[in-house]
Design a protein around this ligand. Structure first.
Ligand code: ADP
Ligand code: MG
Length: 653
C-alpha cells in the first residue's frame, strides 16, 4: 500500500471581493498517493486549473486544509511555499511558460539556480535531461526556435530539474498537435513508471485512459473518482538516486555569490534585450552625472583661476581699519588712526609703501550736471597698490599728496556722468560745493569688489581732510609689504606698534591672505549651490529610472510569475530587479563621467579661457551617487515585483 503524499480536506476557493464574490471550488476532498498517475477531467470552467494551482502551492485555498507530505501548508510564508514549489513540485503548463531570452538549457536550469545547485552539476544535469527527452541537438535554441512539442519537452525537463517528485501538468497537450501530444503523454507515463507522481489535467478521454485514476470535476465539485488500474510498484529507487545526486548543494557563501552572479547575468540579458529602453533610462543618469561633474569642474576651475590671478598680482598688502572687526557698528567712534600712525608704519623695515584712505560720500557737480559719488582721500601710492591705471591726464605726485592742492582724479563713471561728450582733464568740478580741478581720468576697469556703477572721485587725502570734510583721522591705512617678508610676521609687528601707540587694540587688520581665504570660501559656497542644482537633475534622472523599472516590472510580470512558479523566492526577484537598476545607474554614471571629461578636453582645445578642473572626489561622488540612485529608486519597483502573487503574475500575458 503506497503512502499518501498530498491530502486536501474540504478545500474551498473563492475569487473576488465581498460584492462580487464567486466560489469556484465548493469543498474538495482528495488524497493522492505516491506514484499515482492521476487524470483530472471536466468541462472548461469547472475549476480544474484552480485546483491544480492550489495543489502546486501557486495559490492558497480560501477554506480547508492542504497537507503536503503530512505537513499543513496553511501557516507557510510565501518563501516557504516557494521552497516547496522549488524542491517538491515540477510544473508543466499548457503554454509551456518558458523564458524567451534564455536558451533551452538555461531554461531547464532555472529551478536549480534558485536551489543553489553547483554550476557544473546543473549544466551537466540539464544536458542529460534534455538528451533524455530527445533534444540533445537543441540545447542552445531559444523557445522561439523550437516547435510546440519541443518547447513542452523543455518544460518537462525543467520540471524534472530539481527532482520533480510530483509533476503537475495542466493540459500539457492542449496546445499541441496529436503526434506531439502523444509523445508528451508517453514521456509523462514513463516518468510515472520511474516513480514520479503525476497529476494531469485534460479534457481528452483518450489521454485520461492512460491514468490509473480519473477524477471528474463538475462545477467545483468532485463528481467521480475512478481507479482504472493498479498503481505499479513505485520504483522509489530512481527518484532517491536522483535526490542523492541533488543533495550536493553549495555552501552558503558560494551559494550567495553564485546566485548573485546568476542574477547579474539575467539582469544584463534583460537589459540587452531591451536596448532602447535601457538607453533611455540611462540618459537621465548620464545627463545628471555629466552636469554634476562638469559644473564642479567649472566651479573649481574658476576658483583656481581667481586665486592664481590674485597671487600673480603679488599684492602682499595689509589694511588697517578702526574698530574691533569687520562690520563693527561702532567703528566710526574710533577716531584714533591718524597721519602719525601712517608715518610710524612707513618707518617699519618691511614696509614698501603705505597709503591712507579717508572716505566720505559726497556730491559732485559740473554746470547743471550733478551726481552722488564716493570721495576717497588717498595718497599717490593708492593707484599702484590697487592696480588702477590712468587713461587721461596724470595722478598726484607725492608732494601733492600732503600739500592739500585742490585737484582730483575721477573714475570713468564720473567722467561719463559729468563730461559725457568733452574731455574732463583741466576742467573744474564742485565736490561738496568746493571747486576742484580734474587732473586725471581712470581707465574703465573693475576695481576690487566695488560695485561697478559707483562714481568715485579721488583727491589727495590732505585735501579731503583739511578742506572738504575737516576730519583729523584716517578711514584706513593700506600697507604694502616688501617682497620676501612674511605677511603674518609683518602683521604681528604692526599690531604691536599700533597697540603701543594707541594704548589699546582699537583697530583690526585684513591681509591679502584673509581676502584670498574669503574668496575661496565664496567660491566653495558657489560650488555647493551649483552642485545642488545638478543634484536635482540627478534626482530627476533617478525618477526616470524608477518609472522605467515600474514599466519593466509590468511588462515582465509573466516572467516573474514563471520564476516564482519554479521556486524563486521574493528575495531572488528583488535582487534581480535591484541589480538591474543599479547596473543601469552605474553604467550611466560612468558614461556621464566619460562624456563630461571628453567634453572638458574638447573645450580646453576650443576655448582655453574657460577653466575646467576635474577632481577625483567629484568623480567618486558621482559614481557613489548614481549607485545610490539605483538602489533607492530601484527598490520600489523591485519590491512590487517581488510581492506579486505567482498565479496572478502567470495569468497576465
Ligand atoms: P478550468 O481550468 O477547469 O477551465 P478554472 O479553474 O480556470 O477552470 O476556472 C474556474 C472558474 O473560476 C472559472 O469560472 C473562472 O472564470 C474562475 N476564475 C478562475 N480564476 C479566477 C480569478 N483569478 N479571478 C476570478 N475568477 C477566476
Ligand atoms: Mg484550466
Amino acid at each position: 500500500m503506497s503512502q499518501v503524499i498530498l491530502e486536501l480536506k474540504d478545500i474551498k476557493k473563492s475569487f473576488g471581493d465581498k460584492s462580487n464574490r464567486v466560489e469556484v471550488l465548493h469543498g474538495i476532498n482528495l488524497s493522492i498517493k505516491k506514484g499515482e498517475l492521476v487524470a483530472i477531467i471536466g468541462p472548461s470552467g469547472s475549476g480544474k486549473s484552480t485546483l491544480m494551482n492550489i495543489i502546486g502551492c501557486l495559490d492558497t485555498p480560501t477554506e480547508g486544509s492542504y497537507l503536503v507530505g503530512g505537513n499543513n501548508t496553511f501557516n507557510l510564508k510565501s518563501d516557504d511555499l516557494a521552497t516547496l514549489r522549488r524542491d517538491f513540485f515540477g510544473f508543466i503548463f499548457q503554454r509551456y511558460h518558458l523564458l524567451g531570452h534564455l536558451n533551452a538549457q538555461e531554461n531547464v536550469q532555472v529551478p536549480a539556480v534558485y536551489a543553489c545547485e553547483d554550476k557544473e552539476i546543473r549544466s551537466e544535469r540539464s544536458k542529460q535531461l534534455l538528451s533524455r527527452l530527445g533534444l540533445e541537438e537543441k540545447l542552445l535554441n531559444r523557445p522561439n526556435q523550437l516547435s510546440g512539442g519541443q518547447q513542452q519537452r523543455v518544460s518537462i525537463a525543467r520540471a524534472l530539474m530539481n527532482g520533480g517528485q510530483i509533476i503537475l501538468a495542466d493540459e500539457p497537450t492542449g496546445a499541441l498537435d496529436s503526434k506531439s501530444g502523444a509523445e508528451v503523454m508517453k514521456i509523462l507515463t514513463e516518468l510515472n513508471a520511474q516513480g514520479h507522481t503525476v497529476i494531469l489535467v485534460t479534457h481528452d478521454p483518450k489521454i485520461a485512459a492512460h491514468a490509473h485514476r480519473v477524477i471528474t470535476i463538475m462545477d467545483g465539485q468532485i463528481q467521480s473518482d475512478v481507479e482504472n488500474k493498479d498503481i505499479p510498484d513505485a520504483t522509489d529507487k530512481v527518484i532517491e538516486e536522483q535526490n542523492g545526486k541533488l543533495n550536493q548543494k553549495l555552501n552558503s557563501m558560494q551559494a550567495f555569490f553564485d546566485r548573485f552572479s546568476e542574477a547579474y547575468v539575467m539582469a544584463l540579458r534583460a537589459m540587452v534585450s531591451n536596448r532602447l529602453r535601457t538607453l533611455l533610462t540611462m540618459l537621465g543618469i548620464i545627463i545628471g552625472i555629466m552636469s554634476v561633474v562638469s559644473v564642479v569642474a567649472l566651479a573649481r576651475g574658476a576658483s583656481e583661476n581667481v586665486m592664481s590671478r590674485i597671487s600673480s598680482m603679488g599684492t602682499n598688502t595689509i589694511t588697517v581699519m578702526p574698530g574691533l572687526n569687520m562690520g563693527d557698528m561702532r567703528s566710526d567712534k574710533f577716531r584714533t588712526l591718524n597721519e602719525m600712525d601712517l608715518e610710524a608704519l612707513k618707518g617699519m623695515p618691511f614696509v614698501d609703501s603705505a597709503s591712507p584712505t579717508v572716505t566720505t560720500s559726497g556730491h559732485v557737480q559740473n554746470g547743471n550736471k550733478d551726481a552722488s559719488a564716493s570721495i576717497y582721500g588717498v595718497s599717490d601710492d593708492y593707484f599702484r597698490v590697487n592696480g588702477m591705471h590712468i587713461e587721461q591726464g596724470r595722478k598726484f605726485t607725492s608732494f601733492e599728496t600732503i600739500n592739500r592742492p585742490q585737484i582730483c582724479v575721477i573714475d570713468y563713471n564720473t567722467k561719463k556722468e559729468l563730461f559725457p561728450h568733452t574731455s574732463a582733464v583741466g576742467k573744474h568740478i564742485l565736490v561738496n560745493g568746493r571747486p576742484i580741478t580734474v587732473v586725471g581720468v581712470l581707465k574703465d576697469e573693475q576695481v576690487g569688489f566695488r560695485p561697478n556703477d559707483q562714481l568715485c572721485v579721488y583727491v589727495p587725502y590732505s585735501t579731503l581732510m583739511c578742506r572738504v570734510i575737516k576730519q583729523r583721522y584716517l578711514s584706513s591705512i593700506t600697507v604694502r609689504i616688501k617682497d620676501g617678508f612674511s605677511t603674518a610676521v609683518a602683521q604681528a609687528q604692526m599690531e604691536k606698534l599700533l597697540k603701543t601707540r594707541h594704548g589699546r587694540k582699537d583697530f583690526f587688520m585684513r591681509s591679502s591672505d584673509t581676502i584670498m581665504k574669503t574668496i575661496s570660501d565664496t567660491t566653495g559656497t558657489f560650488t555647493v549651490l551649483i552642485s545642488s542644482i545638478a543634484v536635482i537633475s540627478l534626482i530627476v534622472g533617478g525618477i526616470g529610472v524608477m518609472n522605467i523599472m515600474l514599466v519593466s516590472v509590468t511588462e515582465r510580470t509573466r516572467e516573474i510569475g514563471i520564476r516564482m512558479a519554479v521556486g524563486a523566492r521574493q528575495a531572488d526577484i528583488m535582487t534581480q530587479f535591484l541589480i538591474e537598476s543599479v547596473t543601469v545607474c552605474i553604467v550611466g554614471g560612468l558614461l556621464g563621467i566619460l562624456l563630461s571629461v571628453s567634453l572638458g578636453s574638447l573645450l580646453k582645445v576650443l576655448m582655453p579661457m574657460i577653466p575646467l578642473s576635474f577632481s577625483m572626489a567629484s568623480v567618486v561622488a558621482a559614481v557613489v551617487t548614481s549607485s545610490a540612485i539605483g538602489v533607492i529608486f530601484g527598490y520600489m519597483p523591485a519590491r512590487s515585483a517581488a510581492r506579486l502573487n505567482p498565479i496572478d503574475a502567470l495569468a497576465r500575458e
